[in-house]
Write a protein that binds this ligand. Structure first.
Ligand code: NAD
Ligand code: TYD
Length: 351
């Protein structure tokens, strides 16, 4: 596979680039705008690999994307470039529409133009994978069946709406122009290199800094956690064996309430980096709820298991412990990414 990974300097993108190179990809070109969430340090493990190339640029730049697809002879695109944080989308929705919707449009148009110049065999080999989220399906009540590929879209946050809009474009480009597209709708990821604005790394970071652990509302919201390495394996399976025009729901079968996750992090830190006195649980602070906060996400991943043979392999308790240990071992990385811009966001959002 010769693949363009957009957003490859972000959390999932960087893990996916390492995964692709370690599983035999021929060429991996990363296109990333290096927003606050993108960090070249995330790609340090692959920097010396001759099969890897980094290009700083935006998915909004259709000419650049076209040029890269041509000059590198690429036969796949995985689009992971996005604005990805719900709270930021509530504060400033416009960049979410620009990056997530218009950016996807430009990518699709670049792929369409390039494929028009390729022969039938090359066109049928090509794959465009849109890395989407389960948040496009909205919110579940406690007894509702889990999300599946056939669940109607009902996004509630500006982030989810922008991802839903992008998915609709991808679908339409398949139906109208015959683009060989695939969509994955994945649940919440955790693991190394996740930016400390998302629940798990934020809680670890704040706990170690002696700050409050801000739990929104009653903390009883439920997320279905998947280790990022399992997500990467799912994306590779979808690229290799997915049927163009189809979407695949990807999840960890690990539903947990937020408060249970936060307490588990506190207990792991109590074991591995004990405070001088008391428990990290003492730092838990219930704060105002997120507007439009989705109550529960859960994924029924039977289709990808049945059709592509993918199943999550990492148990959440074990994966969470490894993740906590990774953050304890990577204080330098956390210091690097929690720049001035990060501190401004925290000051504005949490006070
Ligand atoms: P992230 O915020 O960590 O990384 C996003 C990356 O995209 C960054 O490197 C950023 O610099 C880059 N980027 C932003 N705008 C760009 C542009 N215009 N052009 C090129 N690059 C740009 O996000 P993530 O958590 O790694 O998520 C990756 C993808 O997976 C997103 O599409 C997200 O919607 C999806 N997803 C994430 C999760 C999750 O739990 N994190 C779950 C399901 C799906
Ligand atoms: P997050 O990691 O932002 O992912 P998403 O909103 O995409 O699911 O949040 C996960 C859950 O944790 C979500 O229900 C919101 C909650 N949360 C808090 O309670 N406090 C926080 O400071 C953050 C960032 C999230």
């Amino acid at each position: 596979m010769r693949i363009l990974v957009t957003g490859g300097a972000g959390f999932i993108g960087a893990n996916f680039v390492s995964f692709l190179l370690s599983t035999g990809a021929e060429r991996v070109v990363v296109l990333d705008a290096l927003t606050y969430a993108g960090n070249l340090g995330n790609l340090a493990p692959v920097r010396a690999d001759p099969r890897y190339r980094f290009v700083k640029g935006s998915i909004l730049d259709r000419d650049l994307v076209e040029a890269l697809l041509e000059e590198e002879g690429l036969d796949a695109v995985a689009n992971l470039a996005a604005e990805s944080h719900v709270d930021r989308s509530i504060r400033g929705p416009e960049t979410f529409v620009e990056t997530n919707v218009t950016g996807t449009l430009r990518l699709l148009e670049a792929v369409r133009a390039v494929l028009a110049r390729r022969d039938a065999a090359a066109r049928s080999r090509f794959r465009y994978l849109q890395v989407s989220t389960d948040e496009v399906f909205g919110s579940l009540a406690p007894a509702d069946p889990k999300f599946r590929e056939t669940t109607p879209y009902a996004p509630n946050s500006p982030y989810a709406a922008s991802k839903a809009g992008a998915d609709h474009l991808v679908r339409a480009w398949h139906e109208t122009y015959g683009l060989p597209t695939l969509i994955s709708n994945c649940s919440n990821n955790y693991g190394p290199y996740q930016f400390p604005e998302k629940l798990i790394p934020l809680m670890i970071h704040n706990a170690l800094a002696g700050k409050p652990l801000p739990v929104y509302g009653d903390g009883r919201q439920v997320r279905d956690w998947l280790h990022v390495s399992d997500h990467c394996a799912a994306l590779a399976a979808i690229l290799a064996r997915g049927v163009p025009g189809q979407s695949y729901a990807v999840g960890g079968n690990s539903e947990r309430t937020n408060i249970d996750v936060v307490v588990a992090i506190c207990d792991l830190l109590d074991r591995h980096r004990p405070r001088n006195a008391g428990s990290y649980r003492d730092q838990i602070a219930f704060v105002a709820d997120r507007p439009g906060h989705d109550r529960r996400y859960a994924i029924d991943a039977q289709k990808i298991a049945r059709d592509l043979g993918w199943r999550p392999s990492r148990d959440f308790a074990h994966g969470l412990e490894e993740t906590v240990l990774w953050y304890l071992d990577h204080g330098d990385w956390v210091r690097d990414v929690t720049s001035g811009a990060y501190r401004d966001w925290v000051a504005e959002h949490y006070t």
